[in-house]
Structure formats: structure tokens, C-alpha cells
Design a protein around this ligand. Structure first.
Ligand code: HPA
Length: 249
């Protein structure tokens, strides 16, 4: 079976509403089981697979996600391209709440996660090129699709992947800004690196849910889950049309 696009949903995105003729797969991979079932079906006339990264009931925190199994499961179903939806905080001016962005760089601050396919003794040692962590051709398609769909999207930016599950301190965000990060999220790595090791095209569609700690106009603002979910659902309004255009492209 060919899957033209696999979509991984992040916080607040647990299904693809328009997916039709859905088959449910419960794959088991050499790395174990993915976060939940993979729903494969038809979206705008094309074969699409969807997986909720945290599980459909959001039961897995970022550091407990089996990123290897998730990507291996999508690949085993025939996917070659993955569009990762990642809910993030915004650090720099252009990346305020409800913005959609397609970052082009990342910095990995996570630790203690299995971040490679060559973890097991005896497995082939891989040193994949990762200068462009997101596949440029898929990024270009996402950016073009947004323009065609009339959906505002920031092309570029640097995603900083933190360990979580707690949010960051204001000092941590100030350091990340100094490092060059525009966005902060907890699930961007090791997912992007593993996708590269697996030979999958991979791009991130980041959905800004909140200003990161100390980054917004109200310096002592408290970030609530409700704000995060409200902003994600507002920002998702244009995503179905964007996906249709990616699939048509
Ligand atoms: N920090 C890290 N991850 C996030 C945030 C944040 O502010 N918002 C949504 N995911």
C-alpha cells in the first residue's frame, strides 16, 4: 500500500477530521508499539495515514513517546513523507500565538531519549547528514501549499526541542532566544533525526499555542492548558485546506 503523506498530530490534534474510508492498523515494529493506532484512509482523494503522537487520549508525555516505533510504523505502512504537526511556544516576534510556521532549523536540548536506530549493540552505525534537519523539498511544498490555500504561514525559524514535560523558565527561554531559537516544543526531537535515519522525507508544521515563558508582552503571564488548546484549535482552521494543497502538489 502506498501512503502519499503521513501526518503525525501533536497536542490538541488527535484525528484528521476529513479522513474517509478509514482502516485502523495496530502495527508492532522492531522498536515496539507506536503511540496508538495508525488510521489510514483517503483524504482529498489521496492515501493518507494519521498517528496521534501522544496517543489518541493524550496519555504519553513527550519523553515517554516511542518515536522510533511511530516512524517505523508509518514507514512499514508505505509512507515516504511525514508532515509532523507540533504544538509549540513562540519566542521571537514573528511567532506569536495562533501562528503557523514551517521551521527550517532546530536545536536539540532533549536528553535521555532513544534518539537513534543504532542504539542496539550490533546495529549498523549511522552518521546521517542533518545540516538541513527538515527535508527542503517537502518544506517547499508546505510553504507553497499555504500560499495557494491563502493560509498565513511563516516560512522558516528555528525550533528548540526541550525535554519537558514542564514548561521552561524565563531564563531558559532567554537562553534559547540567545541561541537562535524562534520556537520551543518538546517533541521535535528525536523525531526529525530518526526520520532522517529511516530515509523518510520530513517537515514540521508548527502551531504556536502560546508565548514561551517571558517572551510575550506580559512578562509574568501564566500559560494554561486551556489557552494552549484554544489557540491550537483556532490555528488549525486553515490546516485542512493546506493539507489538500500539499496532496494535490
Ligand atoms: N514550551 C514547550 N513546549 C510547548 C510550549 C512551550 O511554551 N507550548 C506548547 N508546547
Amino acid at each position: 500500500m502506498t501512503i502519499e503523506l503521513a501526518v503525525i498530530g501533536g497536542t490538541g490534534v488527535y484525528a484528521l477530521g476529513e479522513l474517509a474510508d478509514v482502516e485502523t492498523h495496530q502495527p508492532v515494529t522492531p522498536y515496539g508499539a507506536p503511540s496508538g493506532p495508525v488510521r489510514a484512509g483517503t483524504y482529498a482523494g489521496r492515501r493518507v495515514a494519521f498517528l496521534a503522537r501522544h496517543g489518541e487520549g493524550h496519555s504519553l508525555p513527550p519523553h515517554r513517546i516511542n518515536y522510533r516505533a511511530n516512524l517505523a510504523a508509518l514507514k512499514a505502512l508505505g509512507a515516504t513523507r511525514v508532515l509532523a504537526l507540533n504544538t509549540v511556544g513562540g519566542i521571537t516576534e514573528r511567532f506569536g500565538p495562533r501562528v503557523l510556521a514551517c521551521p527550517e532549523q532546530l536545536i536539540d536540548y532533549t536528553w535521555g531519549r532513544i534518539s537513534t536506530l543504532c542504539e542496539e549493540p550490533g546495529s549498523e552505525v549511522l552518521h546521517v547528514d542533518f545540516g538541513d534537519p527538515y527535508t527542503p523539498s517537502l518544506r517547499r511544498q508546505v510553504v507553497a501549499a499555504a500560499a495557494q490555500a491563502g493560509v498565513a504561514l511563516v516560512d522558516g525559524g528555528c525550533y528548540g526541542a526541550t525535554q519537558g514535560p514542564r514548561l521552561e523558565t524565563r531564563a531558559e527561554i532567554a537562553r534559547m532566544r540567545h541561541d537562535g531559537c524562534d520556537l520551543v516544543g518538546m517533541t521535535g526531537m528525536p523525531e526529525a533525526g530518526l526520520a532522517r535515519e529511516l530515509g523518510l522525507d520530513y517537515a514540521c508544521l508548527a502551531i504556536v499555542a502560546n508565548w514561551a515563558a517571558g517572551a510575550g508582552p506580559e512578562v509574568d503571564e501564566v500559560i494554561t492548558l486551556q489557552d494552549v488548546l484554544d489557540n491550537v484549535s483556532a490555528a488549525m482552521a486553515g490546516v485542512p485546506e493546506l493539507l489538500r494543497r500539499v496532496l494535490a502538489g
